[in-house]
Design a protein around this ligand. Structure first.
Ligand code: SAH
Ligand code: F3S
Length: 467
């Protein structure tokens, strides 16, 4: 078909491959990027060897995350030698943190795009295809990608992420996110509801509302949160905060399971907890990072709450939603963390008995307040021991929590085949615990009542009651 070939048909033969690292937000962003790149005539491929464009959506949260990406980049050298036209792009937090330095440090990289600059990718692709390197790392006070319909990548067709805020204003002293993802801004509820409507129409069964700090969501027509206090009364009255947004979504889509992440203790309101309790389709599960059980460490981390305030919040959650699953993030070995501080962390964990948790050794991030002001003075060997102690304790608590389900019936949304057996389905209960059970006549996307017969610390094993 040589005659009448339209210019964009020329592009159609190109393929892109995208790989995501780090938080759920990066995975959601990659779906926005896939949508933008597809409009440029690139088809997506899961095979690296077929790709004309490789994109890595990167994470800077800990040094290890960055090293993983650098190793991955190295592995592309061979591919580039084979395919002279292959282009490699770095997206996300490392792009933002390292900016054009990336091009000097990693010769393989042609394209560097920060988290707020994805709409510029079409122009940047033109640049690199003409043989120039291209960089855009401009952060925005408005960009939410609310008008882009994400292309669902390697989706199970059942669960999807929907981002509701971008950036973070909290400035926890250890954290690189406020530098790489910029100021916090909220997305128009209309565009959130439209995205969910599309997912609902495509038969998705569960959505997770995403933000660095979802409880801080506030829509009053656009603009930064700090300017809200100067808004007029009408604007204030018609504004939408997180509990209102949850209510809107829960009422508009009564059949959808609704989750959200991440909650920040300082911003989580009683209204949010009550809204969760009022709607059956909002899952009773809260990821509530605490980072440390010691007041002096919390203060040095600039977390805006004390240990006691955090425990009061946990008590409120358990009073209002007794069966609520709760998980945490914990950092061990923050500068000046003493043995006593560490013991406080262990004792806080014992008080809460979390369902599960994500635990990390402190990793100093260049440019953060902690990197500038505190010495990374807890020895690596001590960090390691402390980390192991909190992991072991969490394991005990997780097992205690899963044991409470044995003999009970839980509702599971089937997401995939069990990793260990092709005769079993796997899905989560509303508290976010993994459940596996024999497939019988069920299918992916079904909600099934499962009787729990046994458990490990991470998984419930049962049998369907819906036959
Ligand atoms: N906004 C979310 C996600 C932050 S990043 C929140 O508030 O939870 C996810 C987790 O990574 C954090 O909760 C923290 O436990 C961990 N983390 C962030 N910076 C870190 C660092 N410098 N070293 C070790 N862990 C870190
Ligand atoms: Fe980071 Fe604290 Fe925000 S952990 S993402 S600065 S809430």
């Amino acid at each position: 078909m040589g005659i009448g070939l339209k210019s964009n048909e020329n592009k159609v033969s190109k393929k892109f491959y995208i790989e995501s690292y780090g938080c759920q937000m990066n995975f959601a962003d990659s779906e926005v990027v896939a949508s933008i790149v597809s409009k440029e005539g690139y088809n997506s491929t899961n095979n690296l060897n077929d790709a004309d464009l490789i994109l890595l959506n990167t994470c800077s949260i800990r040094e290890k995350a960055e090293l993983t990406v650098r190793k991955r980049l190295e592995s592309f050298n061979k591919l580039k030698r084979k395919n002279k036209n292959l282009k490699v792009g770095v997206l996300g937090c490392m792009a933002e943190r390292l900016k054009s330095k990336f091009l000097d440090e990693e010769k393989i990289v042609d394209l560097v795009v920060g988290p707020d600059a994805y709409k510029d990718i079409p122009n940047l692709l033109e640049e690199i295809n003409e043989g120039r390197n291209a960089v855009n790392v401009i952060l925005s006070k408005e960009e939410t990608y609310g008008d882009i319909s994400p292309v669902r990548l390697s989706s199970n067709g059942v669960t999807a992420f929907v981002s509701i805020t971008r950036g973070c204003d909290n400035m926890c002293t250890f954290c690189v996110v406020p530098f790489t993802r910029g100021r916090e801004r909220s997305r128009d509820p209309k565009s959130i509801l439209n995205e969910i409507k599309d997912l609902n129409n495509s038969n998705y069964k569960e959505i997770t509302l995403l933000g660095q700090n979802v409880d801080s969501y506030l829509w009053y027509g656009g603009g930064l949160k700090k300017d809200f206090k100067n808004a007029d009364e009408f604007v204030k009255k018609t504004s939408v905060n997180f509990s209102k947004l949850l209510k809107l979504v829960a009422e508009a889509f009564p059949k959808l399971r609704i989750r959200f992440s991440t909650s920040n203790p300082q911003d989580m309101s009683l209204d949010v907890i009550k809204t969760m309790a009022n709607y059956d389709n909002i899952c009773n599960y809260i990821h509530l990072p605490v980072q440390s059980g010691s007041d002096s460490i919390l203060k040095a981390m600039n977390r805006q709450h004390t240990r006691e305030e955090y425990l009061t919040l946990i008590k409120n959650i358990k009073d209002i939603i007794p069966n609520c699953g709760i998980s945490h993030d914990m950092i061990t070995g923050f500068p000046n963390e003493s043995d006593m501080d560490h013991k406080q962390t262990l004792s806080l964990m014992k008080e809460v008995q979390y369902d599960f948790g994500y635990m990390f050794k402190y990793s100093e991030r260049p440019g953060t307040f902690a990197a500038k002001k505190f010495e990374d003075n807890v020895k690596e060997s001590v960090k390691k021991i402390r980390l192991q102690e909190i992991i072991d304790l969490q394991q005990t608590h997780s097992h205690y929590r899963t044991r409470q389900y044995v003999g009970k019936i839980v509702e599971v949304l089937i997401e995939k085949e069990s990793k260990k057996s092709n005769l079993h389905w796997a899905g989560r209960n509303e508290q976010n615990t993994m459940v596996v059970f024999p497939k019988q006549s069920h299918n992916i996307g079904d909600f099934v009542k499962v009787k729990v017969l046994e458990c490990t610390s991470a998984t419930l094993i049962g049998v369907s009651q819906d036959l």
